[in-house]
Design a protein around this ligand. Structure first.
Ligand SMILES: [Zn+2]
Length: 263
């Protein structure tokens, strides 16, 4: 590799056409975090980059970084995983859009987060291969907030540290950054009610589950966890979560209805 060039494994998380022949690509790199790159000539018919810079594709790239944190220049790109199965159902496609939007919200320029990268890569692989979309997305969201350092507090009250007493329903507060006990609950606005049984599921998924096919999450818990995690994401990223309605629909229906095991 020529001096000054950088090689990295990355996911394509955004593409924007630039001029009549080129494209600006945002990559989420395992080694370097988010990187913006200019792919010169990528829109030409005979471009070596044609077809390799699609959204959610995993690539091995070589590029010349910009000296001033601007756009780098792409010099080589090989697809390592195309995730072609994402186009085979709406659940898989919308699921991939959820993953990409969360990545755009959680990562920062030149700030590597290998845990977040691995969670996203695993989720896109699971979705592409037709594993239950609902569980794949819950596992991704749980792992992603943990890897990014925004894990909600689940073991005790996030306000006072007290025990999470109460009935079968517990309260999550975005303001507190986790679950809150009954005495603290009235002090917060926008509290989300969550079934108690959802908490160990969330802790387990956040720790990384290998065989997602075997994970069964009842419908009520899926819906509660989806509401908790999407509320949490909006709070920690301070930005709108546009794919939220699609995420909530997949979680309510279980994902991949009629195809493979229901979860
Ligand atoms: Zn409390």
């Amino acid at each position: 590799m020529a001096q000054g060039r950088v090689s990295a494994e990355a996911l394509v998380i955004r593409t924007v056409d630039f001029s009549e022949t080129s494209r600006v690509v945002t990559l989420f790199s395992r080694e370097r975090g988010r990187v913006g790159i200019l792919a010169k000539g990528a829109r030409r018919e005979r471009s070596p980059f044609l077809g390799s810079l699609e959204l959610a594709t995993c690539v091995r790239v070589c590029y010349i970084p910009s000296p001033r944190m601007g756009l780098g220049t792409l010099t080589a790109c090989d697809v390592t995983e195309a995730h072609r199965g994402l186009g085979r159902s709406l659940d898989r496609y919308y699921g991939a859009c959820v993953v990409l939007e969360v990545l755009r919200g959680l990562e920062a320029d030149e700030d590597p987060s290998p845990g977040l990268y691995d969670a996203a890569r695993a989720a896109l692989g699971d979705l592409s291969e037709g594993r239950p979309a609902a569980v794949a997305l819950l596992a991704f969201l749980a792992r992603a907030v943990r890897a990014a350092g925004f894990e909600p507090r689940l073991d005790a009250c996030a306000h006072c540290g007290g025990a999470l007493d109460g009935g079968e329903d517990l309260a999550y507060s975005a303001l507190a950054g986790g679950m809150v006990c009954p005495p603290c609950e009235p002090t917060d606005v926008g509290v989300v009610r969550v079934a108690r049984g959802a908490i160990p599921v969330l802790a387990s998924l956040g720790g990384g589950v290998r065989r997602l096919e075997r994970v069964r999450v009842p419908g009520r818990l899926r819906v509660d966890l989806g509401r908790l995690l999407s509320t949490h994401l909006v709070h920690v990223t301070e930005r709108e979560f546009r794919m939220r309605p699609y995420l909530e629909r997949i979680l309510a229906e279980g994902g991949e209805a009629g195809k493979g095991p229901r979860c």
